[in-house]
Design a protein around this ligand. Structure first.
Ligand code: SF4
Length: 329
């Protein structure tokens, strides 16, 4: 099992400070396996009763404060950094630090970055503590590292839906340290610059170009398919951190102006099954997590578009001005 540091000492001190009788715990999917061990330790050391949220958790956008507000005094949310959202009870965000060694992947990444000099260095919450070490390594290898804070994110930190930490960053290329294609694809679509991923979990680096091209071809096929649609379903999330009702209303007006029909659908988790009763609608627009339209496209029978893709469909935006959708926190 991969190692993560949970900072339980701080958690226990916080629970004691709050004098909490009941404590809610929430973990992202990859960390849920640690939940019972942590719950046992908290109950033993504080005397509090622990309630573990067993629902899926996709990010800090998805804190279980509403579920926990009537049954606990405090919610401890592991694995994500705080977002500027108003919660229904005190929520303490506890970063979990990965103990992965990133050096091997960085060595390969430097080779792939080749002649690119100014490198925008980014990662996610669990590797943030390694940024100074990574920055030093890159500089020792002739690179100039550029980073900045984002709106609601720390220096060098990105989310799958928020790239403010790299917006307008003067970089020749970006280096993402972490696993999988999810965040790297977001950086590529957001910046359209060279992006290399240094993956410490498999100790290798790769570029994302071929994968991003494949995704863009799918996006353009979905947009083309939506061109003749007369009815649109605009999906809004009831999760506080994903809710963009005002945007949905703007999109509905925009669609009506083109003499087409639009319905706003509100839901918590979005899934193809929940859309089954609405198959008389031709195209769905996603104002919840922006990544659902991009990453889960193949799961949906009808085109599922981002707000910017809808603008292309309605002739309000040129294809060349394709933009990644973001949630601004
Ligand atoms: S909205 Fe989507 S991408 Fe953004 S934090 Fe939530 S789950 Fe992640």
């Amino acid at each position: 099992m991969l190692g993560y540091e949970f900072d339980i000492k701080k958690v226990i001190e916080t629970i004691k400070q709050f004098d909490a009788e009941v404590v809610g715990l929430q973990f992202p999917e990859g960390l849920k396996v640690h939940a019972t061990k942590i719950a046992r330790q908290i109950e033993d050391e504080t005397g509090s009763t622990v309630i573990i949220s067993a629902d899926p958790c996709y990010g800090a956008c998805d804190a279980a404060d509403v579920d926990m507000k009537d049954v606990s005094d405090l919610l401890i949310h592991f694995g994500h950094t705080a977002l500027p959202i108003e919660y229904d009870l005190p929520v303490i965000f506890v970063e979990t630090k990965s103990d992965m060694d990133v050096k091997g992947a960085l060595i390969s990444a430097v080779e792939l970055l080749g002649a690119y000099k100014r490198i925008g260095l980014v990662t996610t919450a669990q590797h943030l503590h390694l940024l100074p070490e990574m920055e030093n390594f890159l500089e020792e290898n002739g690179k100039e590292v550029v980073m900045k804070e984002g709106a609601g994110t720390q220096k060098g930190q990105i989310l799958g839906c928020n790239f403010s930490a790299i917006k307008d960053l003067d970089a020749d290329a970006f280096l993402y340290v972490g696993s999988g294609n999810f965040h790297t694809l977001g950086i590529k679509l957001f910046t359209d610059k060279p992006v290399v991923i240094a993956d410490p979990y498999i100790n290798e680096a790769r570029d994302i170009d071929e994968f991003a091209d494949r995704i863009m071809r799918i996006r353009f096929a979905r947009i083309a398919k939506a061109m003749d649609a007369e009815s649109f379903g605009i999906i809004v999330s009831s999760k506080k951190g994903q809710s963009r009702m005002e945007l949905a209303k703007v999109l509905k007006k925009m669609i009506h102006k083109e003499k087409k029909e639009a319905f706003i659908l509100i839901m918590d988790d979005v899934s193809p099954e929940l859309l089954t009763p609405f198959m008389n609608i031709e195209v769905f627009i996603m104002t919840a997590c922006p990544r659902i339209a991009i990453d889960d496209a193949n799961m949906y029978k009808k085109p599922l578009l981002t707000p910017q893709e809808l603008e292309i469909v309605l002739g309000k935006r040129d294809w060349e001005d394709y933009e990644m959708d973001e949630i601004e926190y």
